[in-house]
Design a binder for this molecule. Structure first.
Ligand SMILES: [Zn+2]
Length: 430
C-alpha cells in the first residue's frame, strides 16, 4: 500500500520524501504462547507496555508515520514537496509482493533518484557508552544476501555394495571444506564499521583508553589497525558479522531408504555478504573451495551455470537456492550530504528537546539483515533505516516472545517524524 500527498510544486522531482514501514509480522511459535506475559495478539495495554506481535516490528513505525502525517494535514499543513508513505506487506518474507511492486510504481511515477530521503525501520537509540550520551544509529547500508544450494548426484544402487563415499558423504565433505574456510574479518578504513568505531572512540564517554588510542592510531598505522581488529573481535562478538561475510549451513536433505544408495543429497548455506564483497566474488570463492572436493572424487562441477570440469563419478552443482541473491546495499553518503544533515540535525534536535541528555551522537552504522529498502536503491542515494525510540522502550526484543513497547515512545517517535517532515519541506538544501 502507498499514499502520496502531492506537493504544491510537484514539478521539482528530486526532493520528495518517502517514509516506509511494513504491515506484516513474523508468526508466533505456538509452543511459546504460554511464555508471553500477555497474549501475543491481545494488544493489551498494562499501563506501561502495549503487548503483541508486531508492536515493535513494525507497527510502531506504521502507526507513528500515519499519526504524524494525519495530524499535520489536520492542522492545515500543505507540503511544497511530495510526501510518499509506503507500507510493505511481506517484508518478513523478502518483500517482493509489497515493496517490490511499490518500488516499481514509484520509479515509473516519480523517476529514478526522485527522493531526497527515504526513511525505513531500524535500530532504536541508546546510551551504550554511559555518561548519558545518547547514540542514534541510522543504518546507511545493509549486508548482501545469498543462499547457496550444494547438490551432489551420484549413481544409486544397493547399500550392500557401496562406493567409498555416497552422495551424502561427499556433501558432508563439501560442507566441512566450506566451514574449514571461514571468511576472514577485515576492518577496512573506507568501510562503514571503521567509521562507526571511530565515532564511538571519539564520542563514547566510557570507552577504554586503549580502545580510544588504538582507534586513533589505526587511521594511518597498519599495525594499530590489526590490533584494533583483534580487540573488536575479542570484546564485541558480533563484530565478526560486521567485518566479514558470514556462512551458516541451515538445511540438509538426502537419501530415501537405508538399503538404497542416495542418488541425490543437498544442503543450503545462508550467506550475509560483507560491504566490501559481492555476489560474484562470493560465488567465485565458493566454487574454488568446493572444486577441491569435486576433483578429489572425480565429480563434474557445475558452478552457477558454468561447467568448471567434468568427472566420471557423478556431479556437484552449486546454485542460488531460491533466486534471492542480493548485493550489499549502496552506502548512503554522510559527508557533505544535505539528506544526512537533515536527518542527523532532526535527531539531535528531537532528543535534546525531549530527554535530559548531556549529548547526542548520530553514528551511522551497518545493518546485518535486510529491509524493504532493498527495492528502493533506484529511488534515492539517501536511504536511512532508523527507529526513533529509546532502546528501553522495548520490553524484550523483536521476532521473539513478549514483544511489547511503551506507548510513550510512540509519542516521541511521532514528534520526531513531524519535525522531520517539517524540516524536509522547509529546507533549502534540496
Ligand atoms: Zn521489520
Amino acid at each position: 500500500m502507498f499514499m502520496a500527498h502531492m506537493g504544491k510544486r510537484p514539478a521539482i522531482s528530486t526532493n520528495n520524501l518517502l517514509m516506509n514501514s511494513h504491515t506484516d509480522v513474523v508468526p508466533v511459535e505456538p509452543s511459546t504462547v504460554s511464555s508471553w506475559v500477555h497474549p501475543p495478539y491481545s494488544g493489551h495495554y498494562d499501563g506501561t507496555y502495549l503487548w503483541g506481535r508486531g508492536t515493535c516490528d513494525d507497527k510502531a513505525d506504521l502507526i507513528s508515520i500515519m499519526i504524524a502525517v494525519d495530524s499535520l494535514l489536520k492542522q492545515g499543513f500543505q507540503p511544497r514537496r511530495t510526501l510518499v508513505l509506503a507500507f510493505g506487506i511481506d517484508e518478513e518474507s523478502a518483500g517482493v509482493q509489497g515493496a517490490g511492486h511499490i518500488a516499481k510504481h514509484l520509479e515509473e511515477a516519480y523517476g529514478r533518484g526522485s527522493f531526497a530521503l527515504i526513511l525505513d525501520e531500524g535500530e532504536p537509540f541508546s546510551t551504550p557508552y554511559g555518561g548519558n550520551v545518547v547514540f542514534a544509529n541510522p543504518y546507511v547500508t545493509e549486508k548482501g544476501y545469498f543462499d547457496l544450494r550444494i547438490e551432489v548426484s551420484t549413481p544409486g544402487g544397493h547399500s550392500s555394495i557401496p562406493p567409498p563415499h555416497t552422495a551424502i558423504g561427499i556433501l558432508a565433505l563439501a560442507i566441512a571444506e566450506l566451514e574449514a574456510h571461514p571468511h576472514q574479518p577485515q576492518l577496512l578504513r573506507n568501510g562503514t564499521f571503521f567509521q562507526e568505531v571511530q565515532c564511538a572512540a571519539a564520542h563514547g564517554p566510557h570507552v577504554s583508553t586503549e580502545f580510544r588510542k588504538l582507534a586513533k592510531a589505526a587511521i594511518d598505522d597498519d599495525t594499530a589497525l590489526e590490533r584494533l581488529t583483534k580487540l573488536l573481535l575479542e570484546h564485541i562478538p558480533m563484530s565478526v558479522a560486521k567485518l566479514a561475510t558470514t556462512q551458516a549451513v541451515d538445511l540438509i536433505s538426502g537419501g530415501v531408504k537405508v538399503n538404497a544408495l542416495p542418488e541425490r543429497a543437498y544442503a543450503v548455506v545462508n550467506h550475509r555478504i560483507a560491504e566490501q564483497s559481492s555476489v560474484a566474488a562470493l560465488q567465485g570463492r565458493i566454487a574454488e573451495i568446493i572444486s577441491t572436493v569435486a576433483e578429489r572424487h572425480d565429480l563434474t562441477l557445475n558452478a552457477f551455470g558454468r561447467t568448471v570440469f567434468t568427472g566420471s563419478n557423478g556431479c556437484v552443482s552449486l546454485s542460488d537456492a531460491f533466486d534471492t541473491a542480493l548485493e550489499p546495499a549502496p552506502v548512503t553518503p554522510t559527508r557533505d550530504s544535505p539528506a544526512y544533515a537533515l536527518l542527523a540535525g532532526t535527531i539531535v534536535a528531537a532528543l535534546r528537546g525531549s530527554h535530559n541528555v548531556s549529548d547526542v551522537v548520530v553514528q551511522p552504522t551497518y545493518a546485518l539483515g535486510n529491509t524493504d529498502t532493498q527495492f528502493y536503491w533506484n529511488l534515492s542515494r539517501n536511504i536511512f533505516r532508523y527507529a526513533h525510540v529509546p532502546a528501553d522502550a522495548y520490553y524484550n526484543s523483536l521476532h521473539t516472545i513478549n514483544e511489547a513497547i511503551k506507548p510513550t515512545a510512540l509519542v516521541e517517535k511521532i514528534g520526531f517524524l513531524t519535525m522531520l517532515v517539517l524540516n524536509w519541506d522547509e529546507s533549502s538544501m534540496f
